[in-house]
Design a protein around this ligand. Structure first.
Ligand SMILES: NC(=O)c1ccc[n+]([C@@H]2O[C@H](COP(=O)([O-])OP(=O)(O)OC[C@H]3O[C@@H](n4cnc5c(N)ncnc54)[C@H](OP(=O)(O)O)[C@@H]3O)[C@@H](O)[C@H]2O)c1
Length: 306
C-alpha cells in the first residue's frame, strides 16, 4: 500500500516558520505583514475560502482586511478598490477571490494588482518571472508552490525525474510545470486532448493530477512505486460513490450523513494506493498547503517591499 504524504503536517510546519518571522518583525518594532482579501458576490465555496484565509491571518499575527462587495459590483468599482489597496502601505498582499461574477473583466482586474502585491502570482509580470526561472523575485501561485514544498520537505527527488502534470490551467497545471522545469524535472503536460493519457502517465516517476474529475486517475495511469500528487478537490455526496472510492471507510459515510458530503481528489484513492509508492490524501494533502503558501507569499511580498 502507498505511503500517505501528510500535507497538513507540512503546512503546519510552514505556518509555524511564518509565525516566528512575524514575531521577529514585531520584536523589531515593525508593522506586521498585511493581506487584503476581496470577495465579490456570495458564492458559498468562496465565502468559506475567504473566511479560512482571514482566520489564518489573525492566528499568525498578520494585519488582514476583508472587502465584501455585492454581486452587482462593476469592473470599474473593483478596479477603484484595487487602486486604493495598491496605494495602501499597510497592505503587502492583495487577493481577489476567484471566480469573479461573469460580468467582471477578470484578467483586467488581476492585471491591475501591483505585481509586488500579487500574492496569488497571477499577474503577467510574476508569470513571466516564473518562466524566466527568476523565482526569487517573483510571487508564484500558491497551490503549485505548495506541491513543491511538499515534495522538497518530504525529500522526494525532482531533478532528473520523469514528471507528468495532468491539467494546463493557469492556476495549477502551467505554473506547476514551470516550477518543476526550474528544478530540472523532465516535464510532460497533459490535457483533455492528450492521446492515450494512461500510457503517458505510466511513464511518470512523479505524477501530478489537477483536472477536476473525481477519481479519474486509476491504477492503470500509475507506474509502480511512483509518487502521486492529487491536487483535485471534488465533493462526493452519494454513499455508493463513496464506497467505490474509499471502500468501507466509515468516516466517509459519517461525513456524508453529517455534512452532506465528503471530498475526493482527481485520483481514485483505493485503486491508486495499490500501485503508487507515495500519494497525497484528499482532504489533508495539497489543500492545507495552498493556504500556508498564501501566508508565506504575503510575508515574501512584505520583505520585497522593505
Ligand atoms: N488543493 C487546492 O488548494 C486546489 C487549488 C486549485 C484547484 N484545485 C482543484 O484542482 C482541480 C483542477 O483545478 P484547475 O483550476 O486547474 O481546473 P481547470 O481550470 O478546470 O483545468 C482543468 C484542466 O484539466 C484538463 N482536463 C480536464 N479533463 C481532462 C481529462 N479527462 N483528461 C485530461 N485532462 C483533462 C483540462 O484540459 P483542457 O485544457 O484541454 O480543457 C484543463 O487543462 C480541481 O479539482 C480544483 O478544485 C485544488
Amino acid at each position: 500500500m502507498a505511503e500517505l504524504l501528510d500535507g497538513k503536517r507540512i503546512a503546519d510546519e510552514i505556518l509555524s516558520e511564518v509565525r516566528n518571522d512575524v514575531i521577529g518583525t514585531d520584536d523589531a518594532g515593525r508593522r506586521p505583514p498585511g493581506l487584503a482579501v476581496v470577495l465579490v458576490g456570495g458564492d458559498p465555496a468562496s465565502i468559506v475560502y475567504v473566511g479560512l484565509k482571514v482566520k489564518k491571518c489573525a492566528e499568525l499575527g498578520f494585519h488582514s482586511e476583508r472587502h465584501n462587495l455585492p454581486e452587482s459590483t462593476t469592473t470599474a468599482e473593483l478596479l477603484a478598490l484595487i487602486a486604493k489597496l495598491n496605494a495602501d502601505h499597510a497592505i503587502d498582499g492583495i487577493l481577489v477571490q476567484l471566480p469573479l461574477p461573469k460580468h467582471i473583466a477578470e484578467q483586467e482586474v488581476l492585471d491591475a494588482i501591483e505585481p509586488h502585491k500579487d500574492v496569488d502570482g497571477f499577474h503577467p509580470i510574476n508569470v513571466g518571472l516564473l518562466y524566466l526561472g527568476q523565482e526569487k523575485r517573483a510571487l508564484t501561485p500558491c497551490t503549485p508552490s505548495g506541491v513543491i514544498e511538499l515534495l522538497e520537505r518530504s525529500n522526494i527527488p525532482i531533478s532528473g525525474t520523469r514528471t507528468v502534470v495532468i491539467g494546463r490551467s493557469t492556476i495549477v497545471g502551467k505554473p506547476m510545470a514551470a516550477l518543476l522545469i526550474n528544478r530540472s524535472a523532465t516535464v510532460t503536460v497533459c490535457h483533455s486532448r492528450t492521446v492515450d493519457l494512461p500510457a503517458v502517465c505510466r511513464e511518470a516517476d512523479l505524477l501530478i493530477a489537477a483536472i477536476g474529475k473525481p477519481g479519474y486517475v486509476t491504477d492503470e495511469f500509475i507506474k509502480p512505486g511512483a509518487t502521486v500528487i492529487d491536487v483535485g478537490i471534488n465533493p462526493v455526496t452519494d454513499p455508493a460513490m463513496a464506497r467505490e472510492f474509499f471502500g468501507d471507510d466509515e468516516k466517509r459515510f459519517a461525513a456524508i450523513a453529517n455534512r452532506g458530503q465528503t471530498l475526493v481528489g482527481d485520483v481514485h484513492p483505493r485503486l491508486a494506493a495499490t500501485v503508487a509508492g507515495r500519494i497525497t490524501p484528499v482532504p489533508g494533502g495539497v489543500g492545507p498547503l495552498t493556504i500556508a503558501m498564501l501566508l508565506k507569499n504575503t510575508l515574501k511580498a512584505y520583505r520585497l517591499a522593505m
